[in-house]
Design a protein. Structure first.
Length: 132
């Protein structure tokens, strides 16, 4: 059974914006909000040079890394071709205007950090629940 951690109010993340959540060693999570109100959670490091994705520009459902302008999909954490690489993503739940992250996913990542992962080998199932 999933254990959800209350992170912030949905209104704390502006549309087309981001917020960083420090969840322990090696686990700074960037929360992103699309213009349509969807919320995504990625490790706050680009798969290229580990640039802070939370400081990038959100366009649609992608974020442009501020270091070298790599475009990373918010839904899957993967770079857009011709660039290659993925950053880990985390499950998000929206409930009552609050944003929640899966506690077990965060713990597992903190214990076993992964880099340059392939989506089929390590990307947790992304679950997005509508706000109630």
């Amino acid at each position: 059974m999933q254990q959800w951690i209350d992170i912030c109010a949905l209104d704390d993340i502006r549309p087309l914006g981001s917020r960083v959540v420090d969840r322990g060693p090696h686990v700074a999570v960037a929360l992103f909000r699309s213009g349509e109100g969807k919320v995504f959670a990625l490790l706050d490091q680009c798969p290229h040079k580990r640039g802070p994705l939370s400081q990038g520009l959100v366009v649609g459902e992608q974020v442009a890394c501020p270091l070298h302008n790599w475009h990373i999909g918010l839904e899957n954490g993967c770079a857009t071709a011709p660039d290659e690489g993925c950053t880990p993503r985390f499950s998000v739940r929206l409930d009552g205007g609050r944003v929640y992250l899966d506690q077990d996913e965060l713990k597992n990542y903190a214990l076993h950090p992964k880099w340059q992962v392939e989506p089929e080998k390590y990307v947790t199932q992304f679950v997005l629940y509508p706000a109630i």
